[in-house]
Design a protein around this ligand. Structure first.
Ligand code: URA
Length: 433
């Protein structure tokens, strides 16, 4: 078999066979196939697409390129969740304890963030002492005892994807639907859960800007998961503005903890309950969505979800006094209001610009080696649909710098104020099963 023939076949719109896809993935992973040929093939896929069958074969080949995590020592039906990424997305910190509170095991492998704000692990490290590196046996023991553990990704999961994603990133082939779907699902499948709930974001702050593209990606990923033996559900949720009111690290943990204590931040609470309901139905703890939603909602009110969070923090050696008194979480030296000069209604908030403003404060990394400042971040005071008066604050910047001019400018650019009343965007667009 020759890589040249595979490239030409796809370039001309042909359907690749299992042998051809496996030949490519194996050869690329072990270095026999050079970057320039892999680049040519991904570009051909970008233009010609892939059938569902080709995408499933590609995903499985990427799973098989490395280790897979065996979670069979964990009792019960393991459910994972994955978000395609957004600004202010602290859903994992709410959904993990919430699902654990009804006895469903969540064994979560997460990453760090490069970009706007920290990743899941960075945000968790706002809690003093919390350890995210642990041996596999300890990870399994924690999930068996407390139903929840979150750890840094260990092992060599889907190395073919790692190499291919880095290549796609520099040649303009990231936003190919079958390649994104295969990339995300290969990592999820290698992580060993029995069922998966995907939170596919749509809107200005998401990978996929239109509902049509988000739905196509969601369908593709659900098909891959189901075809490869994992029950998979995708929730398509809005990312036309940051989720909740807090963007950063410690302040996102604080907001998540408040939801777990029953605080009613509408979008965050609703999306968390939606995702947790699908997870617990997939785990067969509830027979239907309504029953799941109702019980989970009660657990936000009766302290069970918060107790699960507290136990998780304790088990990973985090300082629970910070959770019991959230004002002890890291904070910044200055709180700076950014005010609007124009009155009206908030009609748009560019989530990405808010994320970039937070990054300039130090909440995210511009390069791999940057240190996260856990105490800095942004609190939104106004969201889409809210009325504002001239001179009112749109956000508060939590900054260690007295004059964070770049962040102030970015926030001002992010907000659009119009004279007409605008409705808040729909939060949950669709559920794909
Ligand atoms: N996230 C991934 O993990 N892979 C992609 O291709 C795109 C987003």
């Amino acid at each position: 078999m020759r890589m040249y023939d595979i490239i030409v076949k796809k370039r001309d719109g042909g359907e690749l066979t299992k042998q051809e896809i496996e030949f490519f993935i194996e050869g690329y992973t072990n270095g026999d196939i050079p970057d320039y040929q892999a680049a040519a093939l991904t570009m051909a896929i970008y233009f010609q697409g892939m059938t569902q069958e080709e995408t499933a074969i590609l995903t499985q080949a990427m799973v098989d390129s490395g280790e897979t995590i065996d979670l069979s020592a964990i009792k019960g039906h393991k459910v994972d969740k994955h978000s395609t990424g957004g600004v202010g997305d602290k859903i994992t910190f709410i959904v993990g304890p919430l699902v654990a509170s009804v006895g469903v095991p969540v064994a979560k492998m997460s990453g760090r963030g490069l970009g706007h704000t920290g990743g899941t692990l960075d945000k968790l490290e706002s809690i003093r002492g919390l350890e995210i590196e642990m041996e596999k046996d300890q990870f399994i023991k924690n999930v068996n005892e407390h139903k929840l553990a979150v750890a840094g990704q260990t092992g060599n999961l889907a190395p073919a994807d790692k190499k291919l994603y880095a290549l796609r990133d520099v040649i303009g082939t990231v936003d190919s639907l079958p390649l994104i779907a295969g990339s995300i699902m290969s990592k999820k499948l290698a992580s060993g859960a029995d069922s998966i709930v995907l939170d596919v974001k749509t809107g200005s702050g998401a990978f996929m800007k239109t509902l049509e593209d988000s739905e196509a990606l969601a369908r593709e990923m659900v098909n891959i998961g189901n075809n490869l033996g994992r029950n998979t559900v995708a929730v398509i949720s809005d990312m036309n503005q940051p989720l909740g009111f807090e963007v950063g690290n410690a302040n996102e943990i604080k907001e998540a903890a408040e939801i777990l204590q029953g605080k009613k931040v509408e979008d965050l609470r609703k999306l968390s309950l939606e995702i947790a309901s699908h997870m617990t139905v997939l785990a067969e703890v509830f027979s239907n969505y309504e029953e799941a939603y109702q019980t989970l909602e009660q657990n936000l009110e009766n302290g069970k979800a918060f107790a699960a969070f507290r136990k998780f923090v304790q088990a990973q050696h985090g300082d629970v006094s910070m959770i019991d008194d959230l004002s002890q979480l890291p904070s910044a030296a200055h709180d700076i209001e950014v005010k609007t000069e124009q009155g009206g209604f908030v009609s748009e908030i560019d989530a990405e610009s808010i994320g970039v403003a937070a990054m300039y404060l130090g909440a995210g990394r511009a390069t791999k080696d940057d240190q996260i400042n856990h105490g800095v971040g942004i609190t939104l005071k106004k969201k889409i649909g809210d009325e504002v008066k001239a001179g009112e604050a749109l956000v508060v910047l939590h900054s260690d710098e007295e004059h964070p001019d770049t962040s102030i400018e970015k926030v001002k650019q992010a907000y659009t104020i119009s004279s007409n009343k605008v409705d808040a965007p729909t939060l949950i667009h669709k559920v794909i099963k």
